[in-house]
Structures are given as C-alpha cells and as structure tokens.
Write a protein that binds this ligand. Sequence first.
Ligand code: SF4
Ligand code: SF4
Length: 391
Amino acid sequence: MASQEKSKVILVPCDNYDEENIYLAMRKGIAMLGGLESMMAPDQKILVKPNFLLAADPDKATTTHPSVIKGMLRILQEDGYAKVSFGDSPGHGSCEGVVNKIGIKDESNWFGAKRANMEEEVTVSYPEGKTCRTFHFSKGIAEADAIINLCKMKTHALERITGAVKNVYGFICGYRKAAGHVKYPDATVFARMLADMHNATNIPLHIMDGVVAMEGNGPSSGTPIAMNVLLFSKDPVAIDTVFSHMIYLDPQVVPTCVEGQAYGVGTCDINNIEVLMAPAEDAAEQVLTPDQLREQFGKPNFDVERKVKKKNALSLITMVIPTASKRPYVQKDLCIKCGICVDHCPVEGKAINFKKGKGKPPVYDYKKCIRCYCCLEMCPRHAIKVKGGLH
Ligand code: SF4
Ligand code: SF4
C-alpha cells in the first residue's frame, strides 16, 4: 500500500499529567493530524466522550485523565467551537459521580462546555448495520454532530484491550448496556456490534490517553503502568493496533481490531499504519517503523492476555454457546459483599447472587452465566477472577 493511503497515528511522548504539558502535547498531536478545522466545523455540536467507566481516582488509570479532558475542552474553546459538551454513560454510577470523583466538578474546568445529557435515552435506527440496526444512545450522543473519542489505554476482560473501538460502548444509555451484553455475549459478536456503532456515528478524532495505562485485570481492577504516550488518529482501529503493537499483542487476537477492519472502520495491519512521532523542540517529526515503535515505547512484559485461542471445535462452541467459556469465580478473602457484581449482572434472575445471605460472598449459577464478565469488570476489590486467564 502506498504511504499516502496508510492510516496515520500521531504519537506524542508525554510522561506526566501536568495540565499545561498535556495541553501543549494535545495541541501538537491535533496539529499534526491536520488541525481541528480539517475534522469538524466550528458551528457543529461537538461531544467530547471520555472513558468514565466508574468513579475512581485519576491515578488508578480507570478513566481518561482529567488533564486530557480539560486540554481538549480548552483547545475547542480557543479554536472557536461554541457548542461543546462532554460526558459518558458509565458502567457503574452516574456521569456526574465520575466528574465529581476525578476533580472536575467545578464548571471553571469545562472551558465553556456543558455536561451532556447522558441520562435520557434516544433510539437511533441504523438500517445499514450488519450486526446491530437499532441503538439506544444517550441523548447527548444522538444530538452531537461530531464526537471526539477520548479513550483510555487499558486491558479488558472480554476484548483483551479497550481503546478507541471499545470506548463507544459508553454511547449506550445506562441500563441498556447490560442488555447489550446479553444480546452480544461473545467477544467477536460484541466487537461487530461496536464496529456498527462506529459506522453509525461521526467520530472524526480519536485520542488515546496512554500516559499511564492499565495492565492486568482491566478495565477497572488492573494496575497502572506508565506508557508515556498520547496517540491521535482519525482511525480508531489503527490507534488500537498501535497500542497492541506496543504491548507485543498480536492485533489478530483482538476482536475489536479484527472485526473493526472487517467492517471497514479502519486497519489492523501495523504495516498499513504510519506512526509519526511529534518532534522535540527544534527537531523534525519522525516516522517510526514498527520496530522503532517497540524499541522506543514498547513494553514486552505488559500484563495482557496474549495466548492465541486455537480455532478448534471448542472456540466455535464458545462463540455459539458462551457458557462453554471459562468461569469467573469470587476470591472470598477479597470480597467485601458490596453487591456491585450482582447489580451489574445483565441476566434475568441474576447469574451471581447472595444465595447464602448477604453476610457471605455471592455465588455463581453457571448454568445462567453468559460469561460477559461485567461482574469482573465492575468489582471494586479485584475479587472476581478467571482461572488461568480469560482466553
Ligand atoms: S465480588 Fe466484588 S463486586 Fe461482588 S460483592 Fe464481592 S467485592 Fe463486591
Ligand atoms: S455472572 Fe458475571 S459473567 Fe456471568 S452473566 Fe452475570 S455478570 Fe456476566
């Protein structure tokens, strides 16, 4: 493929969340991608969509860092975008709760933007969808002309990683997210639904917060790890592929990369991606080859599931019958019996419950469990595990 046909990913090295530093890094990254004006018009309604999975301290790396959100809102204001809002529909709790927890409650942090309406639901029809033709979006999403995807670099129980492609699941309003896990329980089918969602919406800019990422038991119970980068692209699959490459994870085992490419959302071939590193002062910008990307920013020991799942009879069975996938279990000594896992189990009648009373850890009904791993995702104490890893 000729160089000009490649998807472009801008990499800006950045090793701290100092607000001015992040703002300048974001200015640089967006300029190298052609500037905001090349992606969206100033009179459009712009929605800035961070990852607000749940209310957690910013240093836990669960959410997009507030400095990145503020940097984006400041740039939009300075560049004359007057109809800006921001928000996400969290997996647990409310958008307002996350905003408060990460320290941007005061409107002086919003640079003239409004908090989007992520509580009301709007049904959006997408007849061209191959896997999903109706979405129950939050009103803030449905009303936006263009969305800026401020995703977080993290591991993910179901999809191995969560980045730009997966972050759009927060478009779905509140409790509807649970129903989506029931309808699309397998990682591949879920990724196809996400790809349809990308094609159904206008997201001209994706920015990945990888200054401090999350490894291990993501997306909420993992360990923060410095990756020291901000990534910028118009192609969400390419940005996730660059993340995968940095952590020595084959994008061919990442369903959101594979299905994202299959659905025409972007490319998951690292050789079809031009990675352009922002220059240090007085230096020229530099194209990084895949090898150079790993040499300078790679983490071979990043804790992520890299095992290749063989396409054998069992893997086909688990696609059709998710209950054949690995079982989650509760590590009793870590459990505080908060019930968040029970609340988030999307299965009618609950596949995890306090059958032995609220004084004891909840127990699974594996016949009902569809292996969506929402319980694992939402457990605040890292108490839910899967034997031998997920894949
Ligand atoms: S397993 Fe986790 S989410 Fe469930 S009750 Fe125990 S601590 Fe709470
Ligand atoms: S028990 Fe956990 S993995 Fe099983 S269906 Fe409920 S939330 Fe999903």
